[in-house]
Each structure stands twice: as C-alpha cells, then as structure tokens.
Ligand binder design. Sequence first.
Ligand SMILES: O=C(O)c1cc(=O)[nH]c(=O)n1[C@@H]1O[C@H](COP(=O)(O)O)[C@@H](O)[C@H]1O
Length: 233
Amino acid sequence: MGKDVIIALDFKNGKEALEFLDRFTDKKPYVKVGMELYYAEGPAIVREIKKRGHQMFLDLKLHDIPNTVEKAMAVLSRLDVDMVNLHAAGTIEMMKAALRGLTREDGTRPLLIAVTQLTSTSQERMTEELLIEEDLDKVVIRYAENADMAGLDGVVCSPLEAGKIHDTCGRDFLTITPGVRFDNASKGDQVRVTTPAKAKELGSDYIVVGRPITQADDPVAAYNCCVEDFVEV
Ligand SMILES: O=C(O)c1cc(=O)[nH]c(=O)n1[C@@H]1O[C@H](COP(=O)(O)O)[C@@H](O)[C@H]1O
C-alpha cells in the first residue's frame, strides 16, 4: 500500500469542488469527500469525481447500532469508492456489521477504516467532557486494536500515534492521518498536528490535508509541497 496525500474536498457544493479539481491538470489527486459536500450533493458528486479518475475516500464516519450501520454500508458498497470510515467508538460488533454490509456479492469492497479519537480532541477535552480518564494515546491504540480485531484495514488517527499503532497492530495496518499543517501555520480547530515531513517520519500511510491546500493562494503548489515532503523519497 503506497503512501499518498489525500485532499479533503471540504466545499459547500459540487461546483466549487469540481472547479477546484480542474486546477490539477497533470495528475488526479486522491480526494476525500466528507459530510459537507456529500450532504449538499449526494452520490452524484461521488460518481462525477470517480468518473474523472480520482481515488476517493468517502468520509461519513458512520456511528450507529450495528444493524443500521450494516444496512447503510450496504448502500455505500454500491458506490465505486476506494475507502470509507466509521467511528471505532461504535464497538467491535458495529465494526463487524459494517464489514458485512460493505462487502459486495463478488467479495470486493472499499478499504474500511475506523476513526479513533478525532484529531481535534485533546487529552483534556477527552477526560473532562467524554469522561475517558486514560491517556489519549492508550485510547487511540485500544480503538485501533478493536478495529483490527473486527477485521478492518486501518484507522484514522493523528500522525503522532501512527508509529505506536504500527508497533501494536503491524506495519500493514493502515494509518490515515489528518491533522497536518505546514510549519508555523494556524492549527485552526485541529489539536494533534504535525507537518507532512514529520508525518512521513512517524510512519503515516496516508495524510489527509484540507484547508492548507484548499485555502492556499496556490492550491496546486501547496499540494505539490505535501507530495514532495510526504511521498517522494
Ligand atoms: O475522518 C476524517 O477524515 C477526519 C478524522 C479526524 O480525526 N480529523 C479530521 O480532521 N478528519 C477530516 O480531515 C479533514 C482535515 O481538514 P483540515 O483540518 O482542513 O486539514 C477534514 O475533512 C476532517 O473532517
């Protein structure tokens, strides 16, 4: 599984998202469609972007009772996307149900990845508001172990936890890591962040980058910087 930069297409409508993608003339970046764009445009935007030849992470972070998640993943399995996610907090039973629902009749399926603790969650918020007293690292690793036991392909976590997750779940267990910022840039609502180069050093398999690219003066240049720092040897 190669390393790659996934651009988060956090746009309010399909027009803005497609105009943004029109800027990338020499290669088709791996992209992520999240709740904002999917709720605005529905499956049509997934089909249009896939038709253009992009690999796609459909980020809807499913979190519900097992039966509901199984049925919802069965619907998503009809879309030709490359990766989907859910919340590991839904428990191992929910994750197993998701895997059943996502697997098509011919046995194929997109990669299934579990969100551990959101990269916007600090130790303090987790303890004070979520009442989880354990160290955040330990919680992230336990959620990753649960996802691994459920048969999933990997997790979403911050680059800071990627190495520990590979030590625990093996090098082939994928770490998809948002929480990426260029040096000295604003973190915004992100809490657990690193640069693309640091994410590479820490062993992330994919980095997910939104505003540092989509809100850059020159998004293509910003994307190329991420690729140079994270992908290229
Ligand atoms: O599952 C995700 O993609 C995700 C999980 C997580 O823990 N943190 C996180 O930021 N994300 C997503 O990754 C993207 C990060 O965007 P930026 O903060 O603009 O780079 C957003 O689309 C988030 O929804």
